[in-house]
Design a protein around this ligand. Sequence first.
Ligand code: BG6
Length: 478
Amino acid sequence: IPVDPFDLIIFGGTGDLAQRKILPALYRRFCAGQWHEDARIIAAARAGHSAEDFRRMVAESLHRHAAVRASESQRVSRFLQRVDYVPLDAVSAEGWGLLGEKLSPNRVRAFYFSVGPNLFGPLAERVRAYDLATEDTRIVVEKPFGHDLGSARELNATLAAHFDESQIYRIDHYLGKETVQNLMAVRFGNMLFEPLWNSQYVDHIQITVAETVGIDGREEYYERAGAMRDMVQNHLMQLLCLIAMEPPAKFDPDAVRDEKLKVIRALDPVEPHHIVRGQFSAGPEGVGYRECVGNPRSTTESYVALKAHVSNWRWAGTPFYLRTGKRLVARSSVINVMFKDAPHSIFGEEAGRHANALSIRLQPNEGITLKVTIKEPGPGGMRLIDVPLDMSFAEALGPENQDPPDAYERLVMDVIRGNQTLFMRGDEVEAAWAWTDPIIAGWLARGDVPKPYDSGSTGPGDAELLMKRDGRRWQGIK
Ligand code: BG6
């Protein structure tokens, strides 16, 4: 379904995110026929390129990041005709007049701040000062949304001074992933799971986001952030919310975000002995973290595992174990809902005890597996074994759904549609920082040093102990 005509202004249009993610996503939506014929992109950045130079840069990026084939060259040129460029300075008057001249009336106007958070304020101020905002104006901002609660509050206040919350779209790209949205479909579109989705039946939940990549090219940012700020405060927190939240009455932005906020606010502070930090050391695939960042004494974590408790009626007594790390053995994001044992085994203890488990694979090989117990085949009596009821989206939905669309495709189009459901509200982000900050402050106060783990491994041994102490174990990463 085509969206309304729009002018999408990308501040930081020459930057890595714009070239690698935003523009390729827009191109794919263009190819899908979702653009109105009047829709346009105006990139703005400090560099004094001509529009022609900029289009060449975009064409190269599309080849690199959107797998554009030679046969598509005409479509690429049609797309590029819709792309314009304005040299502009976020902190002075330069370029703003010209930008104003290029905008059309009566269209959705989306200003995408694909820049560091220090420029959010100056940009928001100038969009207002040069009278570029209309009724139909939206502001899109990227993570990191602040560094802690104080800075997130400041950013929220800065944006709120110029725009209404209903105009602000804070991106967490995990919410745009097809399979992450599927979490809601699985939970709230089926009768099967919801009655069991509570501490009476669920023993614990594991959320794993394992990556094989390191931090190449982002050393400076990462050294200041670490895994807690880079992944846990946002992406893992969002996954936890979608798994733990109460059913919203409607799939509408505030109904969904109200429920997520309640989950974050119900999180207990994490006990220091319920959290493990790790830092990768050298391995066959490359150098260790400290060498990467050129700081032999760095205490930034590239891995976190922790046990969280959502203190409410639904989840009291069911822990949530979260882990994420870089340079691990495999790329795998998966949520495992581990059910309790049946209350009584009619086959006797010797038949074996087998609890059910529901695995939701977010990436790669997206799908769902339900571990069920059946009788071991053969005449040897009643012995029980586990078998998987396995559903891979690629197989179930056919080859055309083999590659789910990139998260940005969905998110950028939702901005144009004016649908905030998959974007974080200001209070949600602040609540997530309010939970994260004391954890980080505790590390600093104790002079905590992350545990080294081998690149290409499953993370530090202490993360296994975290589970073992509770008589549980992590499900495999591969
Ligand atoms: C980003 C983090 O937000 O998400 C990166 O800054 C991380 O460190 C990335 O690698 C993971 O995203 P994806 O989509 O590859 O799982």
